[in-house]
Design a protein around this ligand. Structure first.
Ligand code: BGC
Length: 416
């Protein structure tokens, strides 16, 4: 069964359908991997489990960033019908764990030595009170830019390394009649762009102070106003039809040469690969100018919902399959992310994947690895949503940068 949910109204239909889904020995997996590249990656996991004789009941809920999926999840849990396994991010996992909704995976984790191979940055979102409650699948990062190489070459544009070079490239593309930036006007996409822009202006200390420590002074600083000013420049370089566009359709604009750049997490690479495009030849990946040494990360994990007792054999098998080094390589090669274990070889990864693994290790070692605000790894959902509202309102021209800064300070102080 394949259900694509676009609206909250569809939740009711799902609740009804789900009661008839899934034999006892199946795993029912709720996720938001519905684009071509994401579905290709998910198939790696499905096939792995099917090879072990475990059935898969698919519960896809469309909507990048997972907001709609989390709405469906809340409805399912409230109805006493939690799925077996659920894709989750950062603070959402901790919330469910703290509520006691998740099964304890410590036995399988101890048997397989997860503590030794999963980095601390991920463990802090996978363990609650010393208990493993979710299985880390990958590490994505949000401060990437994706470019069409032929478009850049045709316009004499080299990979920009500063904001000034980036804006010059945008001007050149605009003059050539190419959409400079492919973007989808959805709150989570606006916020994904903001992750990188804020990091480039505020630097690592400022990013941490603003989005992780929620420091009022930094949220209200001149640097934050500058970040909003840069968002306005980006807004001036998207096409007229950006509003509401799904992220993978924006990626397609770069793939087919309609647009020069997309600022997006490395799940975008999955779309290029799914379209048979080759990094370095057809497309380029680089860190947003001014953030070359930083990584703003988010890690997909599968939370195992307590089905009324100990972790089930199927949940343990799913968790074990996810953490296996061969799966971590095979899946992440396709998905665009990098492994959640530190001991997986980069041999099978393409140039962008190898760079992603190197950047992650370097950022972790130099104290430059930070949770993505946009993808729920900097602050709890209430704060994240408050920041989303301000970023999106400003992006859509509801107010200027100075007002945006004031709104940001107020919104965060109310939400936290
Ligand atoms: C997830 C990715 C996913 C992306 C777009 C992010 O929050 O971590 O796995 O591909 O959203 O749907």
């Amino acid at each position: 069964m394949r259900v694509l949910l676009k609206t909250k109204a569809a939740v009711v239909a799902v609740l009804m359908a789900s009661t008839t889904m899934g034999a006892a020995e199946d795993v029912e997996v709720l996720h938001w991997w519905t684009s071509g590249g994401e579905a290709a990656a998910l198939n790696v996991l499905k096939q792995d489990l099917e090879g072990q004789g475990i059935g898969w009941t698919d519960m896809p809920v469309a909507g990048g960033g997972g907001e709609q999926a989390m709405t469906v999840l809340r409805a399912r849990v409230t109805a006493g019908n939690a799925p077996t396994a659920v894709q989750g991010l950062g603070f959402d996992i901790l919330d469910w764990g703290n509520q006691g909704s998740l099964a304890n995976l410590n036995d399988v984790a101890a048997k397989e030595g997860w503590d030794d191979v999963v980095p601390d940055a991920l463990k802090s979102f996978a363990k609650v009170d010393g208990k493993w409650v979710s299985a880390p699948v990958n590490v994505h990062s949000t401060n990437w830019v994706w470019a069409n190489k032929a478009v850049l070459d045709a316009n004499g544009i080299a990979v920009p390394t500063s904001w000034e070079e980036f804006t010059a490239a945008l001007e050149t593309l605009k003059a050539a009649g190419v959409t400079p930036i492919a973007h989808g006007g959805q709150a989570w996409q606006d916020a994904t762009v903001f992750d990188a822009v804020a990091m480039s202006v505020l630097g690592p200390d400022g990013y941490k102070a603003a989005f992780i420590d929620l420091d009022e002074e930094t949220l209200g600083s001149d640097g934050m106003k500058e970040a909003f000013d840069r968002m306005a420049v980006i807004r001036a370089n998207v096409d007229d039809n950006f509003s509401g566009r799904d992220w993978n359709l924006a990626t397609a604009m770069v793939i087919n040469g309609e647009a020069g750049f997309q600022m997006m997490g490395d799940w975008a690479k999955g779309e290029f690969l799914n379209a048979d495009k080759v990094p370095g030849e057809d497309f380029l990946c680089f860190r947003f100018p001014g953030t070359a040494d930083q990584v703003t990360f988010n890690a997909d994990q599968f939370m195992m919902f307590d089905q009324g007792g100990a972790v089930s054999a199927e949940q343990a098998a799913l968790a074990s399959a996810i953490l296996s080094p061969s799966f971590q390589s095979a899946f992440n090669v396709v998905k665009g992310s990098v492994p959640a274990r530190t001991d997986v070889s980069d041999a099978d990864f393409d140039a962008c994947g190898k760079q992603g693994m190197k950047d992650l290790a370097a950022a972790a070692a130099s104290g430059n690895l930070f949770g993505s605000m946009a993808h729920g790894h900097a602050a709890p959902a209430s704060v994240k949503n408050a920041i989303y509202d301000v970023v999106t309102a400003h992006f859509n021209g509801e107010y200027d940068s100075e007002t945006a800064v004031e709104e940001l300070v107020d919104a965060v102080s109310i939400a936290k």
